[in-house]
Design a binder for this molecule. Structure first.
Ligand code: ZN
Ligand code: ZN
Length: 283
């Protein structure tokens, strides 16, 4: 495992990265562009190359790219759909420039078309687009909390998309706060085992490529996406300890997306997470 955190790039990539590595951060996630807009921003290859070099110098890997929230590969609006396809392709290219192995994407919203049609649309889109994307970048579908018409809150729904594609091209990023909100009882050893067992049967644990470790402000099954600091939420520290005790691959990114990024809470969350894992894994 590589313990990491989502990092804002807005007030200086280098400054933020050095601050997190001072806390023991080993991996990092960033947005490639504006997370809530359609514009990626121009590609500054020299600036990206400098960032790649800094990541290498500080031994921070892997770098995970989180795609923009507006992307919806299941959209029934032709305009939104087309913009989604284009922005995702740009994000995949941007990830390749960053030498990032993973782009995380929320599975989408069916918007009233129904779960089955929505999932089919996502699958058809990935099938068509896959050839266009850089081969070294794997698309990771992230499970959702299941609010509104969100797709991908159930492992069965992720399986219906992911299992159509080759390993190393499409995988899964599991967010603990989203899974909890969707009704997976990760707060007990039994619930955790049950959830990961289901994941293995339906998708295969070898396709679980990244974890988002967030505690939750809400109750299990509430279908609301509210992240909380580790140990301050309804999932609880013991559950994260149990989750991290599994024999995960050495280079799997375990990323915090806890609130108030850039504050002292980053230190709290990172050191808490590092203290939960075997000392061999910490810096
Ligand atoms: Zn996400
Ligand atoms: Zn997440």
């Amino acid at each position: 495992m590589r313990i990491g955190m989502h990092m804002s790039v807005s007030r200086g990539f280098e400054k933020n990265l050095r601050r997190l590595t001072d806390f023991g951060c080993q991996a990092v996630q960033i947005f490639a562009g504006n997370p809530t807009g359609w514009r990626m921003g121009k590609t500054d290859r020299a600036a990206i190359a400098r960032r790649v070099k800094l990541l290498q110098e500080l031994s921070v890997f892997p770098l995970v790219i989180h795609s923009a929230y507006l992307i919806n590969l299941a959209s029934s609006s032709p305009e939104t759909y087309q913009r989604s396809v284009e922005l995702l392709a740009l994000t995949m290219e941007r990830a390749a420039l960053y030498r990032s192995p993973y782009v995380v994407l929320h599975t989408g919203n069916h918007g009233g078309q129904g779960v089955e049609r929505g999932l089919q649309k996502v699958t058809d889109t990935i099938s068509r687009e896959l050839e266009r994307w850089p081969a070294g970048v794997e698309l990771l579908l992230e499970n959702t909390a299941g609010s509104g018409t969100a797709l991908g809150s159930r492992l069965e729904e992720l399986a219906a998309v992911v299992n159509n594609f080759p390993r190393n091209r499409v995988g899964v990023c599991l967010d603990t706060a989203h899974a909890w909100a969707a009704g997976y009882a990760l707060d007990s050893p039994h619930g955790l085992e049950e959830t990961l067992g289901q994941f293995d049967r339906l998708i295969g644990l070898d396709r679980l490529r990244a974890l988002h470790v967030n505690d939750s402000k809400v109750a299990c099954g509430s279908k609301v996406d509210r992240h909380q600091h580790l140990g301050k939420g309804s999932i609880g520290l013991r559950s994260f300890e149990a989750l991290l005790a599994y024999s995960w691959p050495e280079e799997m990114p375990v990323i915090l997306e806890t609130p108030e990024m850039g504050s002292e809470w980053d230190h709290h969350n990172l050191t808490t997470l590092l203290s939960l894992v075997d000392k061999d894994f910490s810096l």
